[in-house]
Design a protein around this ligand. Structure first.
Ligand code: IMP
Ligand code: MG
Length: 340
């Protein structure tokens, strides 16, 4: 694999962080680049029983040999970014594009203080929407204007394209999910930008021809935070009974849940030109799948569901998450002939 784009296929929180972390350890990419909206994202990575939460840095942070880039399309909250750089001691391997937009205190205040955004839409309150408004009005500050970020500033599209030209392994990490895309999602219950694969490419400054693979990530069931339709939504009691009840990384809100939706999955494959599917949390649906690494060891029902997803979407399920740990992953890419 050379250039791979990872995107969410449902409403965000599909477990992209875990998949990116796995690929970062397994494929040892030279660079990872964050696309997507900004710090409204919350990615969880578990390595050696330690849990890490990320809102700005790419989830590949756990591979200390990988450079961590943030594309010009991504909004940066300097406070959150600097904190994460310190936590991960990542001073030497972070590059933020000079043109990335800046989230200021006033954006957070207006995101949290607006009753339409808070009560009707249920935003994360991270200031992303109001900062994107300013970007469109062309009044926003860019990262190159912020002294505290000066040692991290670079030309991310140039670095990414040069790396791809050299044939290096590059991971492009999308955030949010297809159905909270401003353009393709369940408007108005969406985030404030497109977040499908084409938009993620634009965020980091690459064109579609340099992308080798698009991995769309689905969870074994569907969850959503904030308002908006969710077909087949379970009651909180039922979700709890099934072990599907989750809490949001950024806001701490309870996530709503529903069974895996094949129609949404098919459309997400189409909208993202997905060439591979990764499924996460298979151990929640099939407890005997917990921590399994070989496809052949998966329980019969789990294999049947994978087969059904492949038949319906016509795309191979190459990666299956079987636990929170980065290593708890079934990787079928060799079997499918994706990796030589
Ligand atoms: P905003 O992006 O903070 O403006 O929030 C708009 C909607 O998108 C709300 O329903 C949020 O809960 C949802 N949202 C934004 N980012 C994420 C994410 O990373 N995961 C899940 N939901 C998100
Ligand atoms: Mg999340």
């Amino acid at each position: 694999m050379t250039c791979t784009v990872i995107v969410g296929g449902f409403f965000g929180d599909e477990g992209k962080g875990k998949i990116v972390a796995y690929l970062a350890v397994k494929d040892n990419p030279k660079i990872t680049v964050r696309g997507g909206v900004g710090p409204n994202a919350g990615h969880t990575v578990v390595l050696n029983q330690k849990e890490y939460k990320l809102r700005m840095l790419p989830s590949a942070v756990i591979n200390y040999k990988t450079s961590l880039l943030i594309g010009p399309g991504v909004l940066v909250d300097p406070n959150i970014l600097l904190k994460e750089i310190a936590i991960f001691d990542a001073y030497k391997r972070v590059i933020v594009d000079k043109q990335s937009g800046v989230i200021e205190e006033k954006h957070i205040e207006s995101d949290r203080g607006d009753s339409y955004l808070q009560q009707r839409i249920g935003t994360t309150g991270s200031g992303c929407g109001p900062a994107n408004v300013e970007r469109i009005m062309r009044t926003a500050k860019l990262c190159k204007d912020i002294p505290t970020l000066s040692s991290y500033i670079g030309d991310v599209p140039l670095i990414v394209n040069q790396s791809i030209s050299r044939g290096e392994t590059v991971l492009i990490e999308g955030t949010q999910g297809t159905y909270i895309s401003l353009i393709h999602g369940t408007y108005p219950y969406t985030t404030t930008k497109d977040v499908t694969a084409s938009a993620i490419c634009s965020d980091v400054g690459i064109g579609p021809k340099v992308v080798d693979d698009v991995i769309v990530v689905f969870k074994a069931y569907v969850t959503r935070v904030g308002a908006g339709e969710l077909l087949g939504e379970l009651s909180q009691e039922e979700a709890e009974k099934r072990g599907w009840l989750e809490r949001a990384t950024v806001t701490g809100r309870t996530r709503r849940s529903a069974p895996f939706n094949f129609e949404l999955a098919k459309r997400a494959v189409m909208l993202n030109s997905a060439s591979q599917i990764a499924i996460t949390k298979f151990d929640i649906l099939f407890p005997e799948a917990k921590n399994i690494k070989d496809f052949s060891d998966l329980p019969y029902e789990a294999k049947k569901m994978i087969e059904k997803i492949e038949v319906e979407t016509k795309v191979p399920v190459t990666i299956v998450g079987t636990g929170a740990e980065t290593e708890a992953t079934v990787d079928r890419r060799r079997e499918e002939g994706f990796l030589s």
